[in-house]
Design a protein around this ligand. Structure first.
Ligand code: ADP
Ligand code: XUL
Length: 526
């Protein structure tokens, strides 16, 4: 029974999914999640991250991610559901853009790990920077402008790397580290993304990075999937020698190291290139052709499509794990802003849903949901902007925030595809919420589906492991075959637009776009 393991190390937790794939059977046989705040309190995270004095400084410990990987492998090995010796390949994904800084001790330490001892404590001497900046960090505006200037402006940077210089992206983050801590940069022998760091821990050696995650760095030439010399030079000295090699998403990056084999009696299985959580979700939601849109409601909200050529006006163009292009828009005020509603007004998710259902359109009252600084559009002054109501009206705040989020996603996702979107696949933690999906369907005027498997990034990783294993065995399978049986929308989960409310939102969306434009650079008003 060939089994494939997919891991996803996202902002708030680590998930493992094992799939069984053979001629007659395609099913998930193991699905388990760890939550950083709950299961690793010693790292002191809230929502999976820690903050600096400045709320825009956001980081997490690479040891926490290693600890979670170790604990998940223990769970997997103990799990009665599966025979772990049948695992044929492991692939994974991680939150994008975050960087892990390692000194020259790392490779030797990985090779000589003691299988009787926990992983994380054996890694503490391998870091040249204790904490990793993650995608929520927004402290690199100066470095973004410097990089863009060196590369001929924002448009030229986007044409070269797929995105203008962005605060959370790897390149600007590395430049800031080099400028602020030159001695620590000098002691940094290698810099990994979260994805290639975790793949390296599994393989016991530096693992490659895939073009999907490398396109979230402002360092890769999007056209030929190589590190761009111009971008490297614009970022930090001798950077090229510190970065992992870029290899195709379906390449085998190594074999599971003796540490894992001895510690958990796992086989010397293939480790497939890891990728970013969004590119992995693209596979896990079956977005392998144009005309489909995925909306992920996780810590960040993202929307993405897959096209043969980059969409002309997309905020970000990444490489898709299929080898095509992935067009993406990302919002920082996603689940954490929705969580704020629950805390502030003491509501559970059912109560949030009931408020959304009660008066779609919020009687025309609107909110710009920028609880924290925002990525799309770029907002540097945090604070909710309410129009026509105040903080004390709980219902208006709930609808204003969530309807505002959905209108922002719909407006900004309009440039992600050349084709007409015929269905939306919703994923991420909030996709279980029917009322939120109903708002989405009404705002977009398109059917919204939720998949049976909730963590599409971990599922995507397991599917990529299957794809890569078949390719390596000389029996390649098409992407259509890879995803079939796992990502077909379940008609029972369809949420259709309610014609009564579609026209209301069509008008509100225009107004929302105007408000966004007017207030993007202004201070919060109340
Ligand atoms: P990430 O992958 O970014 O770590 P997830 O996709 O797992 O995050 O999403 C986690 C979020 O899902 C939580 O922060 C929580 O707000 C949200 N969530 C969980 N259940 C619900 C629900 N019933 N309704 C709305 N949001 C929910
Ligand atoms: C995408 C982005 C986030 C992270 C965390 O550009 O920054 O979606 O990948 O999930």
């Amino acid at each position: 029974m060939p089994l494939y393991l997919g891991l996803d190390c996202s902002t708030q937790g680590l998930t493992a999914i094992v799939i069984e794939v053979n001629r007659d059977v395609r099913r998930v046989v193991f699905n388990s999640s760890l939550n950083f705040d709950r299961d690793f309190p010693e790292y002191g995270t809230t929502g999976g991250v820690r903050r600096g004095v400045d709320a825009n400084e956001v980081f997490a410990s690479p040891l926490m991610w290693a600890d979670a990987l170790d604990r998940m492998m223990a769970r997997l090995a103990r799990g009665a559901e599966i025979d772990i010796t049948d695992i044929r390949a492991i692939a994974g994904s991680a939150q994008q853009h975050g960087t892990v800084y390692l000194n020259h001790h790392a490779p030797a330490a990985w090779r000589s790990l003691d299988p009787m001892a926990a992983l994380a404590p054996q890694l503490s001497h391998t870091l040249s920077r204790e904490l990793s900046p993650v995608w929520m960090d927004a402290t690199t505006t100066t470095q973004c402008r410097e990089i863009e200037e060196a590369l001929g402006g924002a448009e030229a940077t986007a044409a070269l790397t797929g995105s203008p210089a962005c605060e959370r992206f790897t390149g600007p983050q590395i430049r800031k580290f080099f400028q602020d801590q030159p001695a620590a940069y000098a002691h940094t022998a290698s810099i990994h993304l979260v994805s290639s760091y975790l793949a390296s821990l599994l393989a016991g050696a530096h693992a490659s990075i895939d073009p999907g995650d490398a396109s979230g760095t402002n360092l890769m030439n999007l056209r030929d999937n190589t590190w761009s010399q111009a971008a490297l030079e614009a970022t930090a000295p001798s950077l090229g020698t510190r970065l992992p090699v870029i290899r195709d998403s379906w390449e085998i990056a190594g074999r599971l190291s003796p540490y894992w084999q001895k510690r958990y009696s796992l086989p010397a299985t293939a480790i497939v290139s890891w990728t970013g959580d969004n590119p992995s979700s693209l596979i896990g939601t079956g977005i392998i052709r144009d005309g489909l849109l995925a909306v992920s409601l996780g810590t960040s909200d993202t929307a993405f499509t897959c096209t043969v050529e980059p969409a002309a006006r997309s905020s970000h163009v990444f490489r898709s794990p299929t080898g095509d292009f992935m067009n993406l828009v990302c919002f920082r005020n996603g689940s954490l802003a929705r969580e704020w509603l629950r805390r502030e007004y003491r509501l559970d998710w059912n109560a949030v849903g009931a408020i959304l259902d009660r008066s779609p359109g919020n009687d025309g009252l609107m909110m710009l949901p920028w609880l924290e600084t925002e990525i799309t559009p770029r907002v540097t002054r945090a604070g909710l902007r309410r129009f026509g109501f105040d903080h004390d009206d709980a219902d208006a705040n709930v609808r204003g925030l969530i309807e505002g989020q959905m209108m922002a996603i719909a407006n900004h996702a309009a440039s992600l595809s050349g084709a007409t979107i015929d269905r939306i696949i919703a994923t991420g933690g909030a996709a279980v919420n029917h009322a939120i999906l109903q708002v989405m369907a009404n705002v977009f005027n398109v059917d919204v589906y939720r998949l049976d498997v909730e963590n599409s990034a971990a599922l995507g990783a397991a599917l990529r492991a299957y794809h890569a294993d078949r390719l390596a065995s000389g029996e390649p399978v098409s992407w259509h075959t890879v995803v079939s049986g796992f990502t077909e929308p379940n008609p029972g989960h369809r949420v259709s637009p309610n014609p009564k409310h579609v026209a209301t939102y069509a008008a509100l969306r225009k107004e929302y776009a105007m408000l966004e434009h007017l207030h993007q650079h202004r201070d919060p008003i109340c």
